[in-house]
Structures are given as C-alpha cells and as structure tokens.
Design a protein around this ligand. Structure first.
Ligand SMILES: NC(=O)c1ccc[n+]([C@@H]2O[C@H](COP(=O)([O-])OP(=O)(O)OC[C@H]3O[C@@H](n4cnc5c(N)ncnc54)[C@H](OP(=O)(O)O)[C@@H]3O)[C@@H](O)[C@H]2O)c1
Length: 279
C-alpha cells in the first residue's frame, strides 16, 4: 500500500507501457514488505530534462532510464559512477548526497544472463546489431575480454563511434546494417546480440534474409521483449531478454538499497506474473 512515507522509484522512457520492470520491482517490494513503489512514466525526449528535475524535486529514491534516453540523460546528472563515463550510457540513477549519480547495469546484466545459459563471452565472435544505449553497455563489457566484435547499425556513423570507444583486448569492426553485411556476418558468429527494438526474425524478414541463415549462428540474444508476446521460445540457441531484464533490475536494486538483491524472488515474481518460465 502506498503511504505518506513510501519511497518512490521510477522508470523514464518512451514507450514504457510494455515494461515489465514495474512487475519485478513492485511484486518484490510487496513480498518483502518494503515501503517502496516503482512507477513507469512515459517521457518523450523533449520532456527528459523536466522529468529529471522532477525526480530531484519529488525526492525519487532512484530511477531507471530506458530507450531513448540512456545517452541524453548523462549531461543532466551530477556524477557518473566509475566506468559509466567510458560506456557513455546510463540505465540506472541513484540519489545520493552528491546529487544524482548515473550507473549502467545493462552490460553486467547481459553477461550474467549469458552465463546462466552456459555461454561465457570470452574468445567469442560476437555480432551486435544496433549502436544505441544498450549496445554501448554490452560492447563495453564484451570488449574487456578477448572477443571479436562486429557492430552493424542502421546509422553507420554511430556504429563507427561505438567501435572507436572500445578499448581492451578485443578486436572490433563495424558496418551498416544491410542485407549483405548481416548475411555475411551471420556465418562467423558465436553470439548475435540484437539491441535494436525489432525482433531478429522481423529484421531478417525486412532485409529479405531467410530465417534459416541463423542456423550457423551459435546463440541469438534479442534484447527487446514484448509483454503481449508469449514468453520467448525455449528453442536451443535463444537467450531470453527476460533473463537479462531480471539481472539488470537486481543490479539496480543493489545500487538503490545498498544490499544484496533477492534475485530468485525478483525472477520468480516475473515468472509467476507471466504464468510461465522462459527457460
Ligand atoms: N532485456 C533487457 O534487459 C533490455 C535492456 C536494455 C535494453 N533493452 C531493449 O533493447 C532495445 C534497445 O534499447 P536502447 O536503449 O539501446 O535503445 P536506443 O538507444 O534508442 O538504440 C536503438 C538502436 O536500435 C536501432 N534501431 C531503431 N529502430 C530500428 C529499425 N527500425 N531498424 C534497425 N535499427 C533500428 C537504432 O539505430 P540508429 O542508430 O540508426 O537510430 C539504435 O542503434 C529496446 O527494445 C530496449 O527495450 C532490453
């Protein structure tokens, strides 16, 4: 129940109505009898600055940021935690005595999800589609290991900028997200990470690439999810975006509450709500 002293967390993005983060957080807060709530707000690009000021004024106890604000929000914050500046994208904001601090839990959340499927992102050929906020976090994380990373994006310049930022032992290349580049890259890929909002099957169909071309790709990891679709098919080689969603949410929880997150409870909260596990 929301009371006079309930701590408020929120999500800023557009769109947000499909988001499953409120389910994970509110069910978890409820089960642990924590006097906290999590509210999604539809915030368009032109309203982000006002929304960040509102979070300060209203004293939100930390909030998440999603598409399309992960990069733009950086200049509206007071500090970035270690490493987030290098990533160039924020998905979690904490309220501290130093003001609003930006963090990014997407990269570590993705790696934890991959590991839960037995995939270790080291010495692997990784193809990343998209070069937005989520791609920045994942490429930054993958570039810390000896991976071979290829980035394909609709806007070539953004793929180049992302490749230029990468450091560490990885080998990195980039190109435009078109039929030839994607079709050629699929052959030499252990992991395809699709960080565009379009499902891989739909993207292939738009580019007139037969779906069976994916058979040479070890694992397919769509980051986008849709609460109206069935839980992700459990077929071999598919990493569920929901596994990453819970891991990155658990990392946000730890930043806000400064304690170990109840990961199993957060995961089962979502599984129960969906009525089905995704693995
Ligand atoms: N499962 C999870 O836990 C999790 C975590 C993070 C994000 N996500 C999901 O990942 C997706 C991306 O998030 P984001 O924050 O990275 O968004 P973003 O910063 O807005 O970036 C979106 C990227 O997708 C590309 N794109 C957009 N529409 C496209 C289209 N029609 N065809 C081809 N490429 C297109 C953009 O290309 P341009 O550069 O050309 O605009 C850009 O590179 C969202 O669906 C988000 O919900 C899921």
């Amino acid at each position: 129940m929301i009371k006079g002293d309930t701590r408020v967390h929120s999500l800023y993005g557009s769109p947000v109505s499909h988001s499953l983060s409120p389910v994970i957080f509110n069910r978890t807060f409820e089960k642990l009898c924590l006097n906290r709530t999590y509210v999604p707000f539809e915030i368009t690009k032109d309203k982000l600055e006002d929304a960040v000021e509102a979070a300060r004024t209203l004293g939100f106890d930390g909030f998440n940021v999603t598409m399309p604000h992960k990069t733009a929000i950086i200049e509206m914050l007071d500090h970035l935690n270690d490493g987030t500046e290098m990533i160039g994208s924020v998905n979690t904001v904490s309220r501290t005595n130093r003001g609003l601090v930006g963090h990014n839990t997407d990269g570590e959340g993705a790696v934890r999800a991959l590991r839960s499927y037995g995939f270790e992102p080291n010495n692997k050929r990784i193809l990343v589609l998209g070069a937005g906020g989520a791609a920045k976090a994942l490429v930054h994380r993958f570039s810390r290991e000896n991976n071979k990373i290829r980035i394909l994006n609709r806007t070539l310049d953004k793929a180049r900028q992302l490749a230029d930022r990468a450091s560490g032992p990885c080998r990195i290349s980039y190109g435009e997200l078109d039929k030839n580049s994607l079709e050629n890259s699929l052959r030499d890929t252990d992991l395809l990470v699709n960080s565009t909002p379009i499902r891989t099957s739909a993207l292939l169909s738009q580019l007139k690439i037969p779906l069976n071309k994916l058979k040479d790709t070890g694992w397919v990891f769509d980051l986008a999810y849709d609460k109206h679709s069935e839980p992700i098919p459990a077929g071999s080689g598919m990493i569920s975006p929901l596994e990453m969603l819970v891991h990155q949410a658990a990392l946000s929880y730890e930043i806000w509450l400064n304690e170990t997150a109840p990961f199993a409870l957060m995961r089962s909260s979502l599984v129960d709500w969906l009525g089905k596990d995704w693995k």
